[in-house]
Design a protein around this ligand. Structure first.
Ligand code: ATP
Ligand code: MG
Length: 440
């Protein structure tokens, strides 16, 4: 992408309404724009990050055996009357009437709809296990939307729903998602700790929230410090290995970790003092096993091997990609701006032309830009005629992991400068050596 032809609206001033660093940086670096309280437009740079986050989420869902579909944002109230949640959900649900005065709603979650889809097609245990997911916008009329996309009213969610014939099967489905979540967050460079959690209006009794520690987090959490050193399961994990996945689950739940709603002072006091972490955290994912709560209410039954019909066992599994973008910035920034992990960066490398208009510099930049594009590397070429200082500041602000600085001085010695955003480390290398460093 050529910056001169891109749409990257950078704000000069730090927006006053933004209370936390990720919100400030998302506005300043032109990632999002607020449209109404808790409702954001994703501008091109932010959209690229959101898509990269979603790609990782999808890859790990697919790896764990979940199957993607897409359900609508608008749902019929009747579906929610079946489960009894239409009245229970309260003011967080945005209720809408269509032109025929029918009660509709903007979906805050999809348990009812997926249960209705399931029951219209699946009759036998032979079709199980099944896990269906989608990535779709949700609306919850939060009483206090704040912190930008961290707690918004309209937000993106990946929600998966598992179906099993019995509790043992559902347990394995839960473990699959548990392991998929560990991998998902680790791939984004985040240390997310599974913590015993409250189930809230979703219901059920087995539930974990995946929390990353951050001083700006809204949750109060307590955990064992050793979790921060745990390695996520490998890519070749066998998701059909029931005992193996249970082993991973057991290890990741062997130490104390709980949110404030589930906090147990006595158990926490048993953790050695120097291992105790009592901190704030951001909930980036939440998984639930809730048995037959919805299937029994909505008559989603399957016949077992004995021919007897029974309500299917279900779980649901959420990740908030739009919240994750903010969480990633909370976890990665400095005074100059955002520091994206490579896996989710909007561009991997920025080529900065330090003397646009100088024919040698232009030619070297064009060559680098074309070669990087040909390799499939996400590259942003700053071909504008701004001063070098302004280009450095902008590249730092938007957090591109690598910068290649190209100017006449270096080129006279056959060199360009390669700068790593994370620590500012710089190296003089030939343009072809710089190219060698990158692959798609
Ligand atoms: P919270 O406790 O933060 O209000 P929740 O428990 O109501 O969230 P879930 O129903 O578990 O949320 O939703 C699954 C995921 O969706 C959450 O883990 C979070 O990543 C994301 N999410 C939920 N609410 C919001 C929101 N208002 N803004 C952005 N992301 C959200
Ligand atoms: Mg939750």
């Amino acid at each position: 992408m050529r910056l001169s032809r891109y749409f990257l609206p950078i704000l000069r001033e730090t927006p006053k309404e933004a209370e936390i660093v990720s919100h400030r940086l998302m506005l300043r670096a032109g990632l999002v724009q607020q449209q109404a309280a808790g409702i954001y437009a994703w501008l091109p740079l932010g959209h690229r990050v959101l898509e990269k986050v979603c790609r990782i989420v999808r890859e790990e869902q697919d790896r764990a055996g979940a199957i993607e579909l897409k359900m609508p944002t608008i749902q019929s109230a009747d579906l929610w009357r079946e489960s009894g949640r239409y009245d229970d959900y309260g003011k967080e649900m945005l209720r809408i009437k269509d032109r025929h005065e029918r009660d509709m709603l903007f979906g805050p979650t999809n348990e009812e709809m997926i249960t209705a889809i399931f029951r219209s097609y699946v009759r036998s245990y032979k079709s199980l296990p099944l896990n269906l997911y989608h990535v779709q916008w949700k609306f919850r009329d939060e009483i206090r939307p704040r912190f930008g996309t961290m707690r918004s009213r309209e937000f993106l969610m990946k929600d998966a729903y598992s179906f099993d014939i019995d509790q043992a099967g559902a347990r394995h489905s839960y473990n699959r998602m548990f392991v998929a979540y560990l991998r998902t967050f680790a791939r984004m460079g985040l240390k997310a700790i599974p913590m015993v959690a409250d189930t809230g209006p979703i219901g059920g009794n087995l539930s974990h929230e995946f929390i990353i520690l951050a001083s700006t987090g809204e949750s109060e959490v307590y955990c064992h410090r050793d979790f921060l050193g745990f390695e996520a399961p490998a890519a070749n994990t066998d998701f059909d290995d029931v005992a193996g996945l249970q082993g991973v689950f057991d290890r990741w739940t062997s130490l104390y970790a709980a949110t404030s709603e589930k906090h147990d002072e006595a158990a926490f006091a048993a953790v050695p003092e120097d291992r105790r972490v009592s901190a704030r955290g951001i909930e980036v994912g939440h998984i639930f096993y809730f048995g037959t709560k919805y299937s029994a209410a909505m008559n989603a039954v399957v016949a077992g091997p004995d021919g007897v019909e029974r309500p299917v066992h279900m779980g649901s599994y959420g990740i908030g990609p739009s919240r994750l973008v903010a969480a990633l910035i909370e976890a990665g920034h400095d005074d100059a701006g955002i520091i994206w992990p490579e896996a989710v960066a909007p561009f991997t490398v920025a080529v900065l032309n330090l003397k646009a208009g100088d024919s040698t510099t232009d030619a070297a930049c064009e060559q680098l830009y074309a070669a990087l594009k040909a390799k499939g590397v996400d590259v942003l070429y700053d071909d504008t005629d701004e001063r070098p200082g302004a280009k450095f500041a902008k590249a730092d602000l938007i957090g591109i992991p690598w910068q290649i600085l190209v100017g006449p001085k270096g080129l006279a010695d056959g060199k360009v400068e390669l700068k790593r955003r994370a620590d500012g480390a710089r190296e003089l290398v030939s343009p072809s050596d710089a190219l060698e460093r990158f692959s798609a």
